[in-house]
Write a protein that binds this ligand. Structure first.
Ligand code: KE4
Length: 429
């Protein structure tokens, strides 16, 4: 058994000054039956905790560390900026360069507005869609998580699903009244909603590759159908690409599936590990944002120069030839070794994988929507999680999250992950 004494002591201390001892609920390991490990440092695909235990990291800060921790080019760009100033609250050229990169890479993006989190990005996108259409309602999907702004904290995934918080106290009925929830991958349900109130709907917001109920891919025709419904009723299609952006392809899910959203939201990868979010889209829509338009949005640290430089360095490396072929290959290898482990264990489980994202569901499969994911054996997942932790592998402490593969993960580490999963799953029968 690994020694976690210092992490346990840290957690006890943290609980005296931080709610639940963490600054984001899913980190508390609340549903996996052990106290959280406190990180000491990270490099490449590895993390060391404060007890000196070493792990291969398949959380990757929930997606941002697609190059691996401590990438030399990213750190070099950050270090160069540190001596020039860490925050201006004024325009700087790094903001131009990152916005230009995003507009160059992302299909259908003519303008990009930086914010400081994915939550801010999706909140802004919803407000902008309402401002552009003059309509109040929007459609989201069960199990999709778009951050913690009030109107989006309805039937959400990720930490909300993990903690089983049906409807978060503090979100008023009035706020939630304009949020319409449909089952993911159920195009007919969306068509029925629009047939009833389509002219009141400002937008559909969707994770084009769901990552917050575990990884769930769009079934053929689903995204295309959402595009068509939005076109028919004059609503906007918002792709929340905070996870899939610059991961599913360099141009994200829009590129991968060949579908154009009206607005896209980003976070995670574009900050290279620093707090960043972004809304991007056509100029006619984006120019409705203040100061050119009436839809207000602002942020003290928006466009922070250090975060901009980290994002520029990250995207620049991701634009190199062969990067996404390598990410696809590593993701496929991870799915392959996990499926072999499941088969050997002879347990009712299945693996969803898309690109460098994967989830092992404790469910016989298929898992194509929240109702499927919610039926998973989360106690078995907790035993699997603990087994993997003890074997030196960090995975998300929730059935309703993704495994994130980076360019730093080696084939050997992924193969060893499969070997560890065989042993861990033996305890999940
Ligand atoms: P942030 O506000 O956490 O930067 O982004 C919110 C968000 C928006 N959209 C999608 C598709 C997301 O996945 C997220 C945040 N992802 C979670 C992990 N599933 C963040 C981890 C956490 O909450 O601690």
């Amino acid at each position: 058994m690994l020694n976690h004494d210092r992490s346990a002591g840290d957690f006890a201390q943290a609980c005296k000054s931080i709610p639940g001892g963490v600054n984001s609920p899913v980190r508390a390991f609340g549903k996996v039956g052990c106290t959280p490990v406190f990180y000491d440092h990270a490099q490449g695909s590895h993390v060391w905790d404060v007890d000196g235990n070493e792990y291969v990291d398949f959380i990757c800060s929930w997606g941002p560390m697609i190059l691996g921790h401590g990438d030399a080019d990213v750190l070099g760009a950050v270090r160069a900026q540190l001596d020039r100033g860490v925050s201006y609250g004024a325009p700087c050229e790094a903001e131009i360069r990152l916005a230009q990169l995003i507009c160059e890479i992302v299909p259908n993006a003519e303008r990009a507005r930086m914010v400081s989190s994915g939550t801010e990005a999706t909140m802004t996108a919803i407000r902008l869609a309402r401002g552009c259409t003059g309509r109040d309602k929007f459609v989201k999907f069960e199990g999709n998580y778009h951050g913690h702004s009030d109107s989006l904290l309805v039937a959400a995934g990720s930490g909300v699903a993990t903690l089983g918080i049906p409807d978060t106290p503090g979100v008023t009925a009035g706020t939630a009244a304009d949020t319409i929830v449909a089952p993911y991958n159920d195009l007919q349900a969306v068509k029925d909603i629009f047939a009833q109130v389509g002219k009141q709907i400002a937008a559909i917001i969707v994770e084009p590759i769901a990552g917050n109920m575990g990884v769930v891919a769009p079934v053929p025709g689903f995204l295309e159908g959402l595009r068509a419904v939005c076109d028919e009723y004059g609503a906007l299609l918002i792709f929340d690409e905070v996870i899939s952006g610059f991961r599913a392809a360099i141009g994200g899910a829009q590129e991968r599936f060949g579908i154009r959203a009206d607005l896209c939201t980003y976070g995670k990868i574009i900050g290279g590990g620093f707090p960043v979010g972004c809304v991007a889209g056509r100029a006619e829509l984006m120019e409705q944002l203040a100061p050119t338009g009436p839809v207000y949005q602002a942020g003290t640290l928006s466009g922070n120069p250090v975060a901009m430089e980290a994002g520029i360095a990250t995207l620049t490396k991701l634009m190199q030839p062969g990067v996404y072929e390598e990410l696809e290959r590593k993701g496929a290898l991870l799915a392959e070794v996990l499926r072999a482990a499941v088969a050997e264990a002879g347990i009712p489980a299945c693996v969803n994988q898309m690109g460098s994202l994967a989830t092992l569901f404790f469910h016989p499969g298929p898992v194509t929507c929240w109702d499927d994911a919610a039926a998973c054996d989360t106690d078995a997942f907790a035993r699997y999680f603990r087994g993997m932790l003890e074997a030196g592998f960090l995975i998300a402490p929730s059935q309703f999250e993704a495994l994130f593969v980076s360019l730093a993960h080696t084939d050997g580490e992924i193969e060893r992950f499969g070997t560890a999963a065989r042993a861990a799953l033996a305890n999940c029968r």
